[in-house]
Design a protein around this ligand. Structure first.
Ligand SMILES: *[C@@H]1O[C@H](CO)[C@@H](O)[C@H](O)[C@H]1NC(C)=O
Ligand SMILES: *[C@@H]1O[C@H](CO)[C@@H](O)[C@H](O)[C@H]1NC(C)=O
Ligand SMILES: *[C@@H]1O[C@H](CO)[C@@H](O)[C@H](O)[C@H]1NC(C)=O
Ligand SMILES: *[C@@H]1O[C@H](CO)[C@@H](O)[C@H](O)[C@H]1NC(C)=O
Ligand SMILES: *[C@@H]1O[C@H](CO)[C@@H](O)[C@H](O)[C@H]1NC(C)=O
Ligand SMILES: *[C@@H]1O[C@H](CO)[C@@H](O)[C@H](O)[C@H]1NC(C)=O
Ligand SMILES: *[C@@H]1O[C@H](CO)[C@@H](O)[C@H](O)[C@H]1NC(C)=O
Length: 463
């Protein structure tokens, strides 16, 4: 009898204890935006009854809350409907590291004013269609470091001005063709560090504002030829640390994909052995491309012209490949235009044996040349009269020289040339030239012509 009375008491007390809920510390942040830092949340059931506790500052109410974040202790396996229904003016929600397992469209009822949502470091596995469909004002969605495996078609459709989407550090291996469809305002997408093995050819085709695409650290072996046909404003392509075997960026598709704004291609740490000769310059010229990183690949050779016409190129990283020889004029890119700025060329850790001056004839703007750890035994002494802007040349770990030279200038140039005597002599022997030949200009006709054209045009522009 007594025990059943106790039981009754317990039942009553459970019923009248307020439901476990989150408590807000309401305050004005540095920008005088009112918000809630929530603590002691414990939501482990879907649709768990949830009451928001905490004292408002005088004169403020739920409707004034502009931001929300969480602090320990906190578990929020399911985001209660109450949150977005109560804080209807919320602009920014930072729901990070609170073990969110699931998000659904209903979760965000009342999110009309939400501009940024950060759901990083949770346990979300799936993003279903139109999850953020009611959040028209969203410009940023971050879902990094979750356990996302599945993304449905139109998962991020709804927001009218979405600019940034981060899905890095998840478990994505495949994406449906319309995963990102209709995100015409998206500037930046990050898919770094997933398990993507292949991409549908049209997956980015409607992303007409996309300028930065990050696919670092995935398992891509190849890219569909027309992958970049839609995002015409693409500025930066990051595809390092995949398993790519060749690179063409759509140059060989019909018609060739145009990338007029491309500024950087980051493709290090792949297994690239073939590069389409027009991959970077689309068989014409580009004024934008400044950085190409092809380091740590499997490159042995290039087709002549691969790097021609890249007037703005500043950094070309080809280190850690297996390049044993390069076509003459490989780095020619000043031919019909004054070069823009200096070019740093990274060729360390390859298998180069001989340095011909012809390699650099049309690239006098190289200011830094890293040739460390090759097998260089011979260098054409004319190299130094061709490379008129050279400030740094690194030769440690080669056969005829082990020296690095920095801050080369008119006054220390004789010493540099003297230390490279053995390299020059070896080259003379190889080519049958008499040692001690003139170290002066063996300038090509084209260089003379261009110098003349440039002089005339600068002369004219003076008036
Ligand atoms: C959270 O709630 C669950 C059951 O709803 C309970 O088992 C757990 O102990 C609670 N955790 C904390 C920290 O209160
Ligand atoms: C929550 O946001 C407020 C205001 O921006 C900030 O002062 C506070 O440190 C944040 N708390 C956590 C746990 O990030
Ligand atoms: C995507 O855009 C197309 C064409 O603008 C439209 O027909 C379609 O309804 C849109 N789909 C979604 C889910 O917004
Ligand atoms: C690298 O590519 C070559 C083909 O060029 C292939 O035979 C080899 O298996 C690839 N290596 C790796 C580690 O994927
Ligand atoms: C490359 O361009 C030249 C003229 O600019 C043209 O004659 C040639 O056919 C082009 N080659 C390819 C493969 O598109
Ligand atoms: C580059 O030019 C030099 C000198 O004319 C020649 O000996 C060498 O074989 C050429 N290299 C290539 C790869 O064509
Ligand atoms: C050349 O560089 C050296 C440092 O390596 C410096 O001491 C010297 O003043 C420089 N000479 C000129 C003419 O700039």
């Amino acid at each position: 009898m007594i025990s059943s009375f106790k039981l009754l008491l317990i039942i009553i007390s459970v019923a009248i204890t307020p439901t476990l809920c989150g408590t807000c510390r309401f305050f004005l942040n540095r920008n005088f935006n009112y918000g809630c830092e929530m603590y002691d949340v414990n939501v482990t059931e879907r649709n768990q009854n949830f009451v928001i506790g905490g004292e408002h500052l005088p004169g403020f109410s739920h409707a004034d809350v502009r931001w929300l974040n969480f602090t320990n202790p906190g578990t929020l396996n399911f985001i209660p409907l109450t949150i977005f229904q109560s804080f209807v003016s919320m602009r920014e929600a930072i729901i990070v590291e609170v073990e969110v397992k699931e998000i659904q469209r209903e979760t965000f009822g009342g999110c009309n004013n939400l501009e940024r949502i950060n759901l990083d470091r949770n346990l979300i596995q799936e993003i279903s269609s139109m999850t953020f469909g009611g959040c028209f004002s969203l410009t940023e969605i971050s879902l990094s470091r979750n356990a996302i495996e599945t993304i449905e078609n139109y998962a991020f459709s709804g927001p009218r001005a979405l600019r940034t989407l981060s899905l890095s550090n998840n478990l994505i291996s495949t994406l449906p063709e319309n995963a990102f469809a209709n995100l015409t305002t998206l500037n930046r997408i990050t898919l770094e560090n997933n398990r993507i093995t292949q991409l549908p050819e049209n997956i980015f085709s409607t992303l007409t504002s996309l300028n930065s695409l990050n696919l670092h650290y995935n398992l891509l072996v190849s890219l569909p030829p027309r992958l970049f046909a839609g995002p015409r404003l693409l500025f930066s392509i990051s595809i390092s640390n995949n398993r790519l075997e060749s690179l063409n960026l759509g140059a060989d598709s019909d018609p060739p994909v145009e990338l007029p704004w491309l500024w950087g291609v980051f493709a290090s740490n792949n297994n690239i052995s073939r590069i389409h000769p027009f991959a970077f310059n689309r068989n014409s010229s580009t004024h934008k491309l400044e950085v190409i990183d092809l380091s740590h690949n499997n490159l042995k050779e290039f087709a002549p012209g691969t790097f021609h016409g890249l007037y703005s190129l500043r950094t070309l990283n080809l280190n850690h490949n297996q390049i044993s020889s390069l076509p003459n004029d490989t780095f020619s890119n000043c031919a019909f235009e004054v070069c823009r700025g200096a070019l740093g060329l990274e060729l360390s850790n390859n298998e180069l044996e001989i340095i011909h001056s012809e390699l650099f004839v049309e690239a006098p703007h190289i200011d830094r040349l890293d040739l460390t750890s090759n097998r260089i035994s011979a260098i054409d002494r004319n190299t130094f009269s061709v490379l008129r802007s050279l400030r740094t040349i690194l030769l440690a770990g080669n056969l005829c020289s082990e020296e690095n030279f920095y801050s080369i200038n008119v006054s220390n140039m004789p010493r540099v040339l003297e230390s490279l005597g053995e390299c020059f002599l070896n080259y003379d022997k190889l080519t049958g030239n008499l040692p001690g030949g003139s170290p002066y200009h063996k300038t090509s006709f084209v260089t003379v012509l261009i110098t003349a054209v440039v002089s005339v045009s600068s002369f004219l522009s003076f008036f």
